[in-house]
Design a protein around this ligand. Structure first.
Ligand code: NAD
Length: 520
């Protein structure tokens, strides 16, 4: 289900400042030609279409040459024309034929340019391509296979990936795409969409230390915590520093931040920038949602939890002494800037806590992401990017938790109850989620998978049992969970990695047993 990103693949690309043309790649039917004309007009530069150039060279339609001479002869001529187009240093927008990235020389030449992958769903691509006599769009099964194979190739070459479904999106994303020209080498852009808003996600090593920021023109009011401020800085009009820790995610602390924003002269047109983990992100996002009835918000996540999960999706809020995350608002960020280099200063226990969220997300995604994570090892760029893209895709389907998004609560029902029962002090959020995952897998009757997950978590030193509260207290808190509907608590359960579904009723006795098994 999940296509893992390939940030490592082109991490050695030359400085982005040297990226010249904007080159659009993607499967047939993605709208590359139309988009190239639209973006070129916007930028006041020339639009070039490699298929049209090729037809000019061939002196006949591509279909005619392809059918007569065969695919190999066609690819050779295509390579020649495309390399010619990519050789010149002109600032222009080039639409590339969908198959030309099969050539290694073309992929190599693309490294000098700003490459944008326009995604297209197979259904839509087939609808657009099959009625235009395209040689490779005559057999649906072969077409779908080609789509899957090529998506990975486009993604590996792309600096920016834009989802399908909205022909005007590339125009709206153009500022963010061109911002990559000022980013450190290897940085990439992923586009996030949800019902209430869309935003660019920049991902790359060195973004924070290089001072990269987007949107660059906004006045920034930075919120951070004391631990993060000692290592990482994002410049701004003012910096509001709060003490670190979950116990600071309170209404009182939010009031302090709101008053400091007012004293510093922040207005609705400005940007609140969270630089830190999930606590700073949730708290400052909430402040941005309510300050003057709403101002823009950007996230610069510096923990693994925040980079794979909490910085995305627009859930903001604070805790009450009675329960976690009980006050809040949906407020999508305007941009998220993810720099995995900031994780170098993260204490080992915090990295381990974040690892529990990586395992959770990989269980939800299944496929390549799960294969990658179950192999063990440090979660690198591919795992982080794979997790954040999984989260973005789920939020795009269901922003407000009414259906699909509930799968992200895998492990959270019991996890939150353990956090609450131990006063939010005994366990880190991720540690509690790890325990919650073990309970959810037991309730799912997936013993082998539970053992495998326990091993992955154990290898990071994550707890396999909880203390500081009784099983009775935890079960009572599960019953009070805010996701409760009528008198039952719906659980997220796992059939297999990649097959995770919400809304399951679980038996009280089974719940008690799954919790008791975790009690020390
Ligand atoms: N909004 C969402 O969708 C969502 C999703 C998941 C979790 N959350 C929330 O996120 C919070 C947990 O987030 P977290 O685990 O990031 O906790 P956190 O923000 O408390 O950060 C953990 C610790 O690491 C420190 N730290 C952060 N970055 C650092 C760095 N680069 N170097 C050194 N120290 C650093 C912090 O000061 C803190 O002490 C919880 O409140 C949870 O409810 C929200």
């Amino acid at each position: 289900m999940e296509a893992i990103g390939h940030a490592e693949t082109h991490a050695a690309a030359p400085s982005a400042g040297g990226r010249r043309a904007i080159v659009l790649v993607g499967f047939m039917g993605a709208g590359k030609s139309t988009t190239s004309r639209m973006l070129a007009a916007e930028l006041g530069v020339e639009a070039v279409d490699s298929d049209r150039e090729l037809e000019r060279e061939l002196g006949e339609p591509i279909e005619a040459f392809f059918d007569r001479e065969g695919e190999a002869a066609f690819r050779a001529r295509e390579e020649e024309v495309v390399l010619g187009l990519l050789e010149t240093g002109q600032d222009r927008v080039v639409a590339l034929g969908g198959g030309s990235l099969g050539s290694e020389r073309v992929r190599e030449a693309l490294r000098r340019h700003l490459v944008v992958h326009l995604e297209v769903e197979p259904e839509e691509a087939w609808r657009r391509a099959s009625n235009r006599a395209r040689p490779l769009a005559r057999d649906r099964v072969r077409f779908d296979q080609l789509h899957a194979d090529r998506a990975a190739i486009y993604d590996a070459s792309a600096d920016a990936t834009l989802p399908s479904g909205d022909r005007n999106l590339p125009r709206r994303a153009l500022n963010a795409v061109t911002a990559l020209r000022g980013s450190p080498p290897g940085a990439r852009l992923v586009w996030a969409s949800a019902a209430s808003g869309e935003y660019p996600v920049f991902f790359g090593r060195g973004l924070v230390s290089a001072g990269f920021f987007h949107p660059a023109e906004a006045r920034r009011f930075v919120v951070t915590d004391a631990n993060v401020a000692a290592h990482h800085r994002v410049s701004g009009e003012a910096t509001i520093e709060i003490p670190a820790g979950e116990s600071e995610k309170t209404l009182a602390r939010a009031e302090q931040v709101l008053r400091e924003l007012a004293r510093a002269g922040a207005t609705r047109g400005d940007l609140v920038v969270a630089v830190g983990g999930g606590v700073v992100g949730d708290l400052s996002g909430f402040c941005a949602a309510v300050y003057q009835r709403g101002m823009r918000h950007a996230q610069v996540p510096t923990t693994l939890v925040a980079q794979v999960d909490s910085a995305f999706g627009g859930k903001t809020g604070v805790d009450l002494p009675e329960a976690k995350n009980y006050v809040g608002a949906y407020h999508q960020p305007s941009a998220v800037i993810v720099d995995p280099d900031t994780l170098h200063t993260l204490p080992a226990e915090e990295a381990a806590a974040g690892y529990a969220e990586v395992v959770k997300t990989a269980l939800i995604a299944g496929g390549r992401l799960w294969a990658h994570v179950r192999a063990g090892g440090e979660p690198g760029d591919d795992a982080i990017l794979g997790c954040l893209r999984t989260k973005l895709r789920i939020v795009a389907e269901d922003e407000r938790d009414s259906g699909r998004r509930q799968v992200l609560n895998l492990g959270h029902t019991v996890g939150h109850a353990i956090e609450a029962a131990t006063g939010y002090r005994r366990y880190r959020h991720g540690e509690a989620i790890g325990l919650g995952l073990l309970a959810a897998l037991r309730l799912s009757d997936r013993d082998a998978l539970r053992a495998e997950v326990a091993e992955l978590l154990g290898a990071r030193g994550l707890p396999q049992r909880f203390d500081g509260a009784s099983a009775d207290e935890v079960v009572a808190l599960v019953q009070r969970d805010k996701k409760r509907v009528s008198d039952r608590v719906p659980f997220v359960l796992v059939e297999a990695p990649g097959e995770v579904t919400p809304g399951h009723d679980v038996d009280d006795a089974a719940l008690r047993a799954a919790v008791e098994e975790l009690a020390a």
